[in-house]
Design a protein around this ligand. Structure first.
Ligand code: GDP
Ligand code: MG
Length: 598
């Protein structure tokens, strides 16, 4: 395909503004998929993604389109994840395309992720076409929203497409806008030495590792001997093709094109996103700059509720790791929870997604322990080591000092919510670095400890700003602070999986909050249960869960036997989700819920 007939683009939007529906409509209206194969949200393939309405891995589709000028075009859409956990991956995949459709719900206006995502597109030098969606809704105000896009983002919106992805209104205009307003790929000599970007890779149970590539220069053909320039690995290309959105084989891919290859690559870990793919025999003299790998920043323990499922869990984790290079794991033993794994994630959503997949796809019930960041422990003997798990904290008397990771967070928010945002950041030990205004929106920059952010900061921010805040962060490095390990004792037994690292000045407050939460989460037993928070040997907070008064089935006396049986069965099912600590049953949800600060 000649370069001027190719358009590569992504769609950026706040969640629920209609990105997936628009993608479906583009696919459908160009007959890319036969009508009988059409199902909603073609690009969101994993069940969890569908249910949560998020796209985790970048997906791609190639669309053939005959434009009003009578010429045939190839449109390549890369769908990107929309959550801050994956922000870095979004920015990487956007480097593979030249333009973006900016979809904004015309009944809602610009929202949190609209900003974060559009700035990523601007940073990638994209040409941007604003698309106002949901004009079929009575509440739609396309003029007001077009103005808002100009004011807040600074993009000319006079020619925004007005569409309804649901009913199909305006879809032809979007296709024309892609052809006439987005640029074609810049350069690219088909006879030059091969230079291709490794955009993404994933594990396919039938094909092994599939690599998504964007050809910059040269031509890639089936049977070619290729070299990954960063890893130095050599492979023979067995299969080459495009997504429509199903895989379809092609003999070759040329400059500007996006497609996949398979090459008997064993694991996703053997591929590096951003790597340059070239021919073994005729290498490009200028590799692409490459990207830093996504590093796990949040760690937590995953333990099977039923300890006999440990081997199944190992198996599940190994399989998931095949497909996700940013997910790490190592074996862990806990006095309270037995054998499990300490796993690393890009953020909390990533953690939840993996946990849900293990529970659903592998049918293993899990106990998840408190998420933690990586601390640097400097010991008195001059050595430093990383702490991934508060339970492994060495004797404090051997420690010289502790450092924790900090981030630089940028938050944009409408004026009226600024006060609440500043308070939230202050409560999380934030240090304000900057505060500026753009129209009625304020932008503030904070230096924050990562451990105060990984847990529920994003949820809190969304709730205090009704979803109108945009939040983005980058890692800033490590800094010393007065951090201590807080232990939780239930019925005088320490529960190692509930240990957390806290700032000394906040320990009492956090300890009290955790004890109160646990008191609500742990069911009553036949005896009273003390719940305590302690630092070293010193108790800093305490609650007592009083004993159960009556047999729960008592109220069924005189009632029919099936009701009583049902109640007992329900209790039994509930029990399965519990873990015994000494004489006390603790429900699995307690390990995460106890930490939520609200
Ligand atoms: P995404 O999160 O941006 O991918 O959003 P989706 O495409 O999943 O759409 C979110 C919701 O908005 C779904 O319930 C869609 O059916 C609905 N939706 C999408 N486009 C339109 C539209 O043009 N009009 C109306 N009324 N609803 C729409
Ligand atoms: Mg979607």
């Amino acid at each position: 395909t000649p370069l001027d007939r190719i358009r590569n683009f992504s769609i950026v939007a706040h969640i629920d503004h209609g990105k997936s529906t628009l993608a479906d409509r583009l696919i459908q209206s160009t007959n890319t998929v036969a009508e009988r194969d059409m199902q909603e949200q073609l690009l969101d393939s994993m069940d969890i993604e569908r249910e949560r309405g998020i796209t985790i891995k970048a997906n791609t589709v190639r669309i053939d389109y005959t434009a009003n000028d009578g010429l045939d075009y190839v449109l390549n859409l890369i769908d990107t994840p929309g959550h801050v956990d994956f922000a870095y991956e979004v920015s990487r995949s956007m480097r593979a395309v030249e333009g973006s459709l900016l979809v904004v719900d015309a009944s809602q206006g610009v929202e949190a992720q609209t900003l974060a995502n559009v700035y990523t597109a601007i940073e990638a030098d994209h040409e941007i076409v604003p698309v106002l969606n949901k004009v079929d809704l009575p509440a739609a105000e396309p003029e007001r929203v077009a103005e808002q896009i100009e004011d807040v983002i600074g993009i000319d919106s006079t020619d925004a497409c007005l569409i309804s992805a649901k009913t199909g209104i305006g879809i032809p205009d979007v296709l024309e806008a892609i052809v006439t307003r987005l640029p074609s790929p810049e350069s690219g000599d088909p006879d030059a030495p091969l230079k291709a970007m490794l955009v993404d890779s994933w594990y396919d149970p039938y094909l092994g590792v599939v690599v998504l590539v964007r050809i910059m220069e040269g031509t890639l053909k089936k049977g070619d001997q290729i070299r990954m320039m960063q890893t130095g690995a050599k492979y023979g290309v067995d299969r080459i093709g495009v997504f429509r959105p199903k895989m379809e084989n092609m003999p070759s891919l040329g400059p500007g094109e996006i497609g996949f290859i398979t090459a008997s690559i064993k694991q996703v870990r053997d591929t590096k996103v951003g790597d340059t793919i070239t021919h073994e025999k005729r290498q490009t003299p200028e590799p692409l700059p490459g990207f830093k790998p996504s590093q796990p920043v949040v760690f937590c323990g995953l333990f099977p509720v039923d300890s006999s499922e440990f081997e199944d869990l190992r198996d599940a984790i190994e399989k998931l790791a095949l497909n996700d290079a940013s997910f790490s794991s190592e074996m862990e033993t806990s006095a309270a929870l037995g054998f499990g794994f300490r796993c690393g994630f890009l953020g909390l959503l990533h953690l939840e997604v993996i946990r849900d997949r293990i529970e659903r796809e592998y049918n293993i019930e899990l106990i998840t322990t408190a998420p933690s960041v990586i601390y640097h422990i400097y010991q008195k003997d001059g050595t430093m080591h990383e702490l991934h798990n508060p339970a492994d904290m060495p004797d404090p008397s051997t420690i010289d000092h502790l450092e924790e990771p900090r981030i630089k967070a940028t938050i944009m928010v409408p004026d009226e919510y600024l006060g609440d945002v500043l308070k939230l950041c202050q409560d999380r030990r934030g240090i304000q670095l900057d505060l500026t205004y753009a129209g009625s929106r304020a932008m503030t920059v904070y230096d924050l400890p990562l451990n105060e952010v990984v847990f529920d900061f994003y949820d809190r921010l969304k709730s205090v700003t009704k979803g109108y805040a945009s939040f983005d962060y980058q890692m800033e490095g490590y800094r010393e602070d007065n951090l201590v390990k807080m232990s939780i004792l239930v019925n005088d037994e320490p529960v190692d999986a509930l240990s957390t690292m806290v700032h000394r000045d906040r320990a009492e407050m956090r300890g009290r909050a955790m004890c109160e939460k646990l008191k609500d989460l742990i069911p009553r037993h036949m005896f009273k249960i003390p719940i305590q928070a302690a630092i070293g040997g010193k108790v800093i907070a305490r609650e007592t869960l009083s004993a159960m008064r009556k047999d729960v089935t008592a109220k069924c006396y005189g009632g029919d036997a099936t009701r009583k049986k049902k109640l007992l069965e329900k209790q039994k099912a509930g029990k399965k989700k519990m873990r015994q600590f000494g004489k006390v049953d603790i429900p699995q949800e307690a390990f995460i819920s106890a930490l939520k600060m609200d």
